[in-house]
Design a protein around this ligand. Structure first.
Ligand code: MOS
Length: 735
């Protein structure tokens, strides 16, 4: 039997992308298009006293300038996670108040991008400046505690963690800090708005077309049915394209006002202010343990930033409630409102930086106990979910440790810090656990079989570059028993079946379940025609006796007895058969569901220059069924690379006096480049998990980033004996 699922097949859109035929949101050809350039605030707190657009308006090619003085009424939306794709709930250009530097205060529209850019520069603004609140550490007394953020409980207590920590024989207590970070996908946010009467069509680079539709409808005061959102290709998205930010409604109101399509593409500088970021964090961990390395208490608490007008929480304590068997557990988080933009989700939001703290602290405990870091983790292996006390739907973390350690050559490591050398370089080996909760969202799909034997399966969804279109074709192909080349996945349009946002590593499982269901439903329809047709070889054959392969439906024990889909359709004179399926999350609350993994990292540190190079990475991951080994590996590698960036390079720096980002470009905001990336070996442990969803998928988008930063920090400690608890690990901190 042919089997497409699991095969490392190439991306179905690979050719389109490398040849440039793939059209991204900013490249959709639209007649009579005008260009919008957003004008942003240069102060972080205060108000606009006076805004003068008169010179800008007379500039060549200018179609118009919109500011708060003449913008139409827009409606604010609820806070993050409560409705649609809330990015920031502030509706743009509604009054003169400024809450953060880089806030949208106007938009210039012209017949070319260059003329719009020039016009935007001619707008003169007088501000009444107030002293902005920009430093989290200095504003900590304004922090307020959070009970729960969206569906994540952060305020949690089990047993008496403080009491048991006080009594513990071995203690680790440390504070870990992580900086503000920006997403920086290669493709900046882009949008193009077109009106036909009262109906709006938006081509938008978004991770959530249906959320964008809902958000736009709400903000513009339109019925959702009047808004269509399309997104065919995305040049990367790590959470910043989930929410709706100012540029999309601004393009919509400009297009309406000037009666022509308007396109807005953010500049790289604007990517550092208009579309969210990962909040800085300050996290405290306390671990109490017995002398033989059993945890008796785990406390994880700390602060992150939010904006003045929104509440966003970087949920960094999640993994601490999930990872280790500990009878006394306490997590608590507070947020500090600052004159900065609203933070948002960024790949493994919370878990990425939270596991830096937790997995660094576990490494510190291993040193204190003189225990191998893997052994410490095995001694505290959570056989059930520690906070919820329910079993796992599946968990192969032990196998991940063993496989990755063996492939990495962990046994060659000599434990003493600074004990391994290569010429004048210090060599360090570190490891850490990875864990990401499985998310499953409602999703719908429609599958169609055509008279020529081709298959189309569709679900709104969006392809952020992960391989969604490819794996959906694979899932469909296997249900129907057709070659994967015969299947096309249609997506990226709110006219298609309703689907969730591409977030939380949840698309393969959620949309995959809908696609799987739709494919089964359409197969059943074809079969029913055959079963009821005396001219069919499958007349009166029960569904349980049926198998599909090579584009045929046939009797399991007698493959000759059967026929092709095409034959059934032809006999019934049908051009196509469709079936739809609405998939709901499998509510099995008696199970905890997570993807797990283990990272092993080797670093080489220059003792004179403090330079850290990651020289080898080996990881093993267990995430249920792997739909496509190639695209899944690529997800893990990509996340691993982001981990290198977060560990060693990335940091958004703001001037505390003005709240302005000073490194808002790719020259000064350091991202890892090819020269920073060693070979990355990724292994998967096969898991059959029937509790998560019918296709057994737990998700691979984010788990690869969790634990990665700590694995590097732990390797740096092993190399140098220096424990760096403040990211990024730059040379100055090692000298
Ligand atoms: Mo991801 S932060 O769920 O886009």
């Amino acid at each position: 039997m042919t089997q497409a699922i699991g095969k490392p097949i190439n991306r179905v859109d690979g050719r389109l992308k490398v040849t440039g035929d793939a059209k991204y949101s900013g490249e959709i050809p639209l007649e009579n298009i005008a260009y919008g350039v957003i004008i942003t605030s240069t102060i972080a707190r205060g108000r606009i006293k006076h805004i003068d657009t008169s010179v800008a308006e007379k500039s060549p090619g200018v179609i118009g300038i919109i500011t708060h003085l003449d913008a139409p009424k827009l409606y604010a939306r609820p806070n993050f996670g409560h409705e649609g794709a809330a990015g920031e709930k502030l509706a743009p250009l509604q009054n003169s108040t400024i809450h953060y530097s880089g806030q949208a205060i106007g938009v210039a529209i012209a017949d070319t991008l260059e003329r719009a850019t020039y016009a935007a520069s001619l707008v003169k603004v007088d501000y009444e400046v107030e002293t902005p609140l920009t430093e989290m550490g200095k504003e900590r007394d304004r922090a307020y505690p959070i009970k729960k953020f969206v569906e994540f409980t952060v305020d949690f207590a089990l047993g008496d963690a403080e009491g048991e920590f006080a009594k513990a024989a071995v203690k680790i207590e440390a504070t870990y800090t992580t900086p503000t970070e920006h997403h920086n996908p290669m493709e900046p946010h882009a949008t193009a708005a077109v009106w036909e009467g009262d109906c709006l069509t938006v081509y938008d680079s978004t991770q959530y077309i249906f959320g964008m539709r809902q958000g736009l409808a709400k903000m513009l005061g339109l019925p959702e049915a009047n808004v269509r959102v399309l997104c065919k290709f995305i040049g990367g998205a790590f959470g910043c394209k989930y929410g709706m930010w100012a540029h999309t409604p601004l393009a919509a109101i400009a297009a309406r006002q000037f009666r022509r399509p308007v396109k807005i593409v953010l500049t790289r500088q604007q990517m550092f202010g208009l579309v969210g970021h990962r909040s800085e964090t300050e996290q405290q961990i306390k671990l109490g343990a017995t002398p033989d390395g059993h945890l008796t208490a785990l406390i994880h608490q700390g602060i992150s930033q939010t904006s003045i007008f929104d509440e966003f929480v970087e949920t960094f304590t999640t993994t601490s409630r999930t990872m280790y068997a500990v009878p006394n557990l306490r997590t608590a988080q507070s947020v500090v409102p600052l004159n900065k933009g609203t933070p948002t989700i960024m790949r493994a939001p919370g878990e990425s930086v939270g596991t830096f703290a937790l997995e660094s602290a576990m490494d510190e405990l291993a040193w204190a106990l003189k225990l191998d870091p893997i052994e410490l983790r095995l001694r505290n292996y959570a056989e059930v979910h520690p906070a919820r006390q329910v079993p796992w739907s599946s968990k192969s973390l032990k196998e991940c440790y063993a496989l990755a350690a063996e492939k990495f050559g962990w046994s060659r490591r000599t434990p003493e810090p600074g004990s391994m050398r290569d010429d004048r370089y210090l060599i360090g080996m570190g490891m850490a656990s990875a864990c990401f909760p499985m998310e499953h969202f409602p999703a719908s799909a429609i599958a169609s079989i055509f008279a020529d034997g081709s298959v189309v399966v569709q679900s709104g969804s969006q392809e952020i570059g992960t391989g969604t279109a490819t794996v959906m074709a694979q899932v469909t192909a296997d249900v129907l028993g057709v070659p994967v080349e015969k299947v096309r996945f249609e997506f990226g349009d709110t006219e298609l079946a309703r689907s969730p946002g591409t977030v939380g590593s949840g698309t393969a499982g959620s949309v995959g379940t809908a696609v799987h269901g739709a494919a089964k439903a359409v197969r059943a329809k074809v079969l029913e025609l055959a079963q009821n047709d005396p001219n069919s070889p499958l007349y009166a054959v029960a569904e349980t006796d049926i198998e599909t392969d090579r584009e045929r439906i046939f009797v399991k024990n007698n493959p000759a007895k059967g026929e092709t889909y095409q034959a059934v359709l032809a006999r019934h004179n049908l051009q196509q058969i469709d079936a739809s399926f609405d998939a709901k999350p499998q509510e099995e609350e008696e199970f905890a569901k997570c993807s797990f993994g283990a990272h092993f990292v080797e670093v080489r540190v220059d003792p004179e220059l403090g330079e850290v190079r990651v020289t080898r990475i080996v990881g093993a991951f267990a995430a249920g069924r792997i739909l496509n080994e190639k695209t899944a590996r690529s997800q893990i590698s990509g996340a691993t690379i982001m981990g290198i960036g977060m560990a060693l390079h990335e940091e958004t720096i703001a001037d505390p006096r003005t709240g302005r980002t000073v490194n808002d470009n790719l020259a000064e905001y350091h991202l890892p480049v090819n020269a920073d990336i060693p070979s990355i070996d990724v292994y998967f442990i096969d898991e059959v998990d029937t509790h998560v969803n019918p296709i057994g998928v737990k998700g691979v988008g984010e788990v690869g980033l969790t634990g990665m930063i700590a694995a590097i920090a732990n390797a740096v400690y092993h190399a140098t004996g220096k424990r760096i608890r403040d990211l990024p690990i730059t040379p100055d901190k090692l000298l």
